[in-house]
Design a binder for this molecule. Structure first.
Ligand SMILES: Nc1ncnc2c1ncn2[C@@H]1O[C@H](COP(=O)(O)OP(=O)(O)OP(=O)(O)O)[C@@H](O)[C@H]1O
Ligand SMILES: [Mg+2]
Length: 602
């Protein structure tokens, strides 16, 4: 009893005496900060390149080994640091960019938190060589956030920083990294963003010594619009031809940049690139303003692309709301919303002609004689991939204006009555009134047909008479390499064709008309959003959904009687016609009783 009492007594007194709250050591604080700031190799690249830009470099070269798992080296010709400054730079909260509270509301540099270098140093090994104009060069090596070596060295003016073995002491983070191609595409995207914001800087990117990007400086002295030329450098002529230049000024907000013509849209993913005071950010208010400006110009399920610059007084925006500084908060977000929407609406107005919107891609899978003519593709001929049975294609050719026999279901005839608003088909189904959403219906049909033919290895492909060339961004080009085989099995044959360019040689036969190129871009968008480790079947399903959506007839498209009849016939034969692949209903039915009730006959 006494013993027990003593034990309890010791325990309670001990608990009271020893403090529960500790001040964490700096090394741990830095690791915690790294958790927020450094998600993947691309985050390191972003921080280092931002430092080079803040140091007024005009050359920023990024060399990567093994997609950033091995080495990330950023070399610049900027201001450099003295040996003492370089040592201080690795201390937490060490920055040369602000020093009093008021500065926080007048930020004109990309960095200001003084946490990037100590964070990165806490989860990697670092070697830094730097020289400022009036000092000797310094070499510093860091490990576990601590200085291992600091000496003088001969060096060119500027800074070279090498980050190796990233995440070596945080294995959980390593596990989250995706394939080399994915990591490289993130890194490439970071460089592209910085390059667009800074046309006067020469950027270069290599991975395993292979050059991925080389973007020489665009000097305002030689070219009238450095921004235009920088974007051209990155995305090419084709892209620029589809973009409109916009500009607008509202109070102290200056808006400019390039936005896509209403005819040039993507299916998914956010392509609203926003640069606020040259900082690449994500912002819901601005994104909404962009979508709202386009709302009447493009179909609901399409997304515009923008490279939108907003220059604003630093005092009316707070950039200190997110550790990676990807988000900002405006003092008055309504003003920003209105200004952006107005600038875009004005920029889009003169170009908003019907002709800008491409002819709707209408398809009924039908290998009839006129097919090549009516479709947007030039078709060389169909062939079947894999062994296999007949393709799913069947179509309007055999159909006459006769009502269709609704054989399996009710034995009644379904007679198309006409189209409503070029969007819905009304049909008399043996006394029932059907209203069919033509887009949802075509989408479902295409989806089912493609899935069935894929599963039975009998995808019919149509070779394009004139293969379509697509130039991709380097990030997209790296990403799509992982999927070439999957696409091939679905009927989309693509082949690398020079740097970041691909040739589309074939598309699934069922796809009637439209741009193969646009379809590939939509697929790339869709695949970019996929999580790591998704099953192959999910990838296939996603691609088929995207193709189906792309190939299906859009709303606002007139159909002939024959086409309506063919669609209804296909729906009935397919037997699954409740919803489109996105879950929207395809047919809404009013029974005789429904109609009678509505007309108060019952
Ligand atoms: N490439 C470089 N050239 C010259 N000075 C640099 C370079 N990289 C870092 N520095 C100096 O080191 C300091 C610390 O860099 P660090 O990235 O950790 O902080 P920061 O850029 O000030 O703020 P943030 O954490 O927001 O990036 C910088 O303020 C700058 O003075
Ligand atoms: Mg920084």
């Amino acid at each position: 009893m006494t013993n027990l009492f003593l034990i309890y007594h010791d325990f309670y007194v001990g608990a009271l005496m020893s403090p529960k709250i500790n001040i964490l050591p700096d090394t741990l604080i830095n690791k915690i900060a790294a958790g927020e700031v450094v998600e993947r190799p691309a985050s390191v690249v972003k921080e280092l390149v931002e430092n080079s830009i803040d140091a007024k470099a005009t050359e920023v070269f990024v060399d990567i080994i093994n997609a950033g798992r091995g080495l990330i080296r950023v070399s610049d010709n900027g201001e450099g640091m003295s040996r003492d400054d370089a040592l201080t730079a690795f201390e937490k909260h060490a920055t040369s960019k602000i020093n009093k509270e008021a500065d926080l509301f007048n930020i004109t540099t990309l960095g200001f938190r003084g946490e990037a270098l100590p964070s990165i140093a806490s989860i990697s090994r670092i070697r830094l060589i730097t020289r400022s104009a009036d000092t000797a060069g310094a070499l510093i090596e860091m490990e576990e956030g601590k200085v291992k070596k600091a000496s003088e060295t001969g060096a060119a003016a500027g800074t070279v920083i090498e980050v190796s073995d990233l995440f070596y002491n945080t294995p959980a983070r390593l596990k989250f990294l995706k394939s080399d191609n994915t990591e490289m595409s993130h890194i490439t995207a970071v460089i592209n963003q910085q390059a667009i914001a800074n046309p006067h800087i020469h950027f270069r990117l290599t991975n395993n010594k292979k050059e991925l990007l080389n973007l020489p400086a665009i000097l305002p002295l030689t070219l009238p619009s450095p921004l235009y030329h920088r974007i051209y450098q990155i995305y090419g002529e084709d892209f620029m031809n589809n973009m409109l230049s916009i500009s607008g000024k509202e109070d102290s907000i200056n808006i400019y940049g390039f936005v896509s013509k209403p005819s040039f849209t993507r299916a998914e993913r956010n392509h609203i690139d926003i640069f606020l005071n040259k900082r690449y950010i994500k912002n819901n208010v601005i994104t909404r303003a962009v979508y709202d400006a386009y709302s009447t110009l493009i179909p609901k399920d399409r997304r515009p692309l923008t490279l939108l610059f907003i220059d604003i007084q630093p005092s009316i925006v707070d950039v200190n709301v997110h550790p990676t500084k990807r988000e900002v908060r405006f003092v008055n977000q309504t003003i920003v919303y209105e200004a952006v929407k107005k600038a875009l609406k004005e920029g889009l107005l003169p170009s908003h002609r019907r002709a800008d919107i491409p002819p709707v891609s209408y398809m009924v899978a039908s290998p009839d004689a006129d097919y090549g003519k009516q479709s947007g593709y030039a078709i060389e001929g169909a062939r079947v991939m894999g062994q296999g049975s007949q393709g799913m294609a069947h179509g309007a050719a055999e159909l006459s204006n006769q009502p269709i026999q609704l054989s399996q279901l009710t034995g009644h005839s379904v007679i198309p009555l006409g189209q409503i608003d070029n969007t819905y088909i009304a049909a008399d189904a043996g006394g029932e009134l059907w209203i069919i959403d033509q887009h949802a219906a075509y989408e479902r049909l295409l989806y089912e047909s493609l899935t069935q033919s894929y599963n039975s290895h009998a995808v019919q492909v149509q070779a394009l008479l004139i293969p379509e060339e697509v130039s991709l961004s380097t990030a997209e080009s790296i990403m799509i390499k992982d999927y070439i085989d999957v696409l091939m099995n679905i009927g989309i044959e693509i082949e690398e064709f020079g740097r970041d360019a691909y040739i589309i040689r074939s598309v699934p036969f069922l796809l009637g008309a439209g741009s193969a190129k646009q379809m590939l871009l939509d697929i790339i968008d869709g695949l970019t959003g996929l999580q790591k480790g998704v099953m192959k079947s999910e990838v296939v399903d996603k691609v088929i959904m995207l193709i189906a959506c792309h190939g299906s007839v859009r709303a606002n498209h007139g159909l002939t009687y024959k086409e309506m009849a063919a669609l209804i016939d296909d729906l009935i034969n397919l037997n699954i016609y409740e919803t489109c692949p996105h879950g929207r209903p395809i047919i809404i039915k009013f029974s005789k009783t429904d109609l009678e009730k509505m007309f108060k006959r019952r």
